[in-house]
Write a protein of this length. Structure first.
Length: 301
C-alpha cells in the first residue's frame, strides 16, 4: 500500500501554498494526497457562538477550509486521489502521528500572526524536528515553489546524515526530470593553525603551507561528497548530477544555492526517539531563510 503525501492545512496562505506544492508532488510521484486539519476547537466551546446545536463554529470553519483545500488540490491535479481529515487535537500531536504513515509531510512555513511573513512557525519547526518521515517546508517565491528552475539541490553534510537524504534527492530529481546539484561547503584552516610569521620558512614558506592545508580541507570535502553519493550507486542513471565544492560557510553556500533551486534537501541525524532529530544551526537557518522549499530527511541507517 502506498503511503500518502500528508499536508497540514490551517487556512493560512502558507498552508494553501503547501497544498499547491503537494498536489504537484502527488501528480508527478503518483502518490495519494491526504489533507489534514487539526484544531482544539472544543476549547472554544462556550466562548464562541455555535451555529448549530451540536456543531461548534470552529468545527464548521475547519470543515470549510478543508473543503476549500480539497477543491484546490482537485483543480490542480485532477488525477490525484485526495482524502481529508479533521481532528480536534493539538496540531503538532496530530501531524507527528500522521508522519508515522506518510511518505512525506508537507507544511507551510508559518501560520497566522503578526510575524507570519518573517520566520518559520512553531508548529512547522516542531514537526520538522521530530517527524519520522521526511518533512518539506514550502517556502520561497513562486518560481521556486512552482519548479521553474528545474533544479534540486542536495546539501552534503556528514556521512551519518546523508544517505537517506541522497536517495530522497535523487528520487525527487527523477520525478521532476531535472538536474541534481550536490553542494558541499569547505573552509580554509584558521590562521592560528598556520606557522607564526616569525617562524623560519620551510618548504616554500607560510603560503605553501596554507595552500597545502586548503587543499587538504577541499579533498576532505570531496571525500564526504563521494561517500554520500555512493549510496545510490547506478540506481538513477537518468539523473543529471552536478557537483559543487564551494569555499565558504555552509550557511552562506546553501542560501545562495536556494536562490535558483526548486527544492533543497537536507539530512538530519536521529537522537533518542523522544527527542526527535538533531537539527543544526545551518538547518535551522535554511528552514527560516531559504529561498526555496526545504526537505528535511531523517536518517534511518
Amino acid at each position: 500500500m502506498e503511503l500518502p503525501l500528508v499536508v497540514g492545512v490551517d487556512g493560512s496562505e502558507g498552508s494553501m501554498q503547501a497544498v499547491d506544492w503537494a498536489a504537484a508532488e502527488a501528480e508527478r510521484s503518483g502518490l495519494p494526497l491526504r489533507l489534514v486539519h487539526a484544531s482544539l476547537w472544543e476549547h472554544y466551546e462556550g466562548v464562541r457562538p455555535r451555529l448549530a446545536a451540536d456543531r461548534p463554529s470552529e468545527q464548521i470553519r475547519a470543515e470549510n477550509l478543508v473543503a476549500t483545500a480539497e477543491e484546490r488540490a482537485n483543480r490542480l491535479a485532477a488525477d490525484v486521489k485526495v482524502s481529508t481529515d479533521i481532528q480536534p487535537e493539538d496540531p503538532v500531536t496530530v501531524l507527528l502521528r500522521e508522519a508515522r504513515e506518510a511518505t512525506l509531510l508537507v507544511l507551510g512555513p508559518r501560520g497566522h500572526g503578526p510575524v507570519a511573513s518573517m520566520l518559520l512557525g512553531s508548529v512547522s519547526l516542531a514537526v520538522a524536528a521530530r517527524a519520522r518521515c521526511p518533512v518539506t517546508i514550502v517556502r520561497g517565491e513562486e518560481p521556486n515553489r512552482l519548479a521553474a528552475h528545474r533544479r534540486v539541490v542536495l546539501g552534503i553534510g556528514g556521512p551519518a546524515s546523508s544517505a537517506d537524504a541522497t536517495r530522497f534527492a535523487f528520487r525527487e530529481a527523477r520525478w521532476r526530470d531535472c538536474e541534481l546539484v550536490a553542494v558541499r561547503a569547505w573552509r580554509r584552516p584558521a590562521r592560528k593553525n598556520l606557522p607564526h610569521p616569525s617562524a623560519p620558512l620551510v618548504d616554500g614558506g607560510r603560503a605553501a603551507h596554507a595552500d597545502d592545508r586548503a587543499r587538504e580541507y577541499r579533498q576532505q570535502a570531496d571525500a564526504y561528497m563521494d561517500q554520500a553519493l555512493a549510496v545510490v550507486d547506478d540506481e538513477y542513471p537518468d539523473v543529471v548530477l552536478r557537483r559543487r565544492l564551494m569555499e565558504g560557510t555552509a550557511r552562506r553556500t546553501l542560501l545562495d544555492a536556494t536562490a535558483s533551486a526548486d527544492l533543497l534537501v537536507l539530512g538530519a541525524k536521529r537522537r533518542r526517539p523522544a527527542l526527535g532529530l538533531r537539527l543544526s544551526r545551518v538547518q535551522h537557518a535554511m528552514l527560516h531563510h531559504a529561498a526555496c522549499p526545504v526537505a528535511v530527511v531523517p536518517a534511518t541507517d
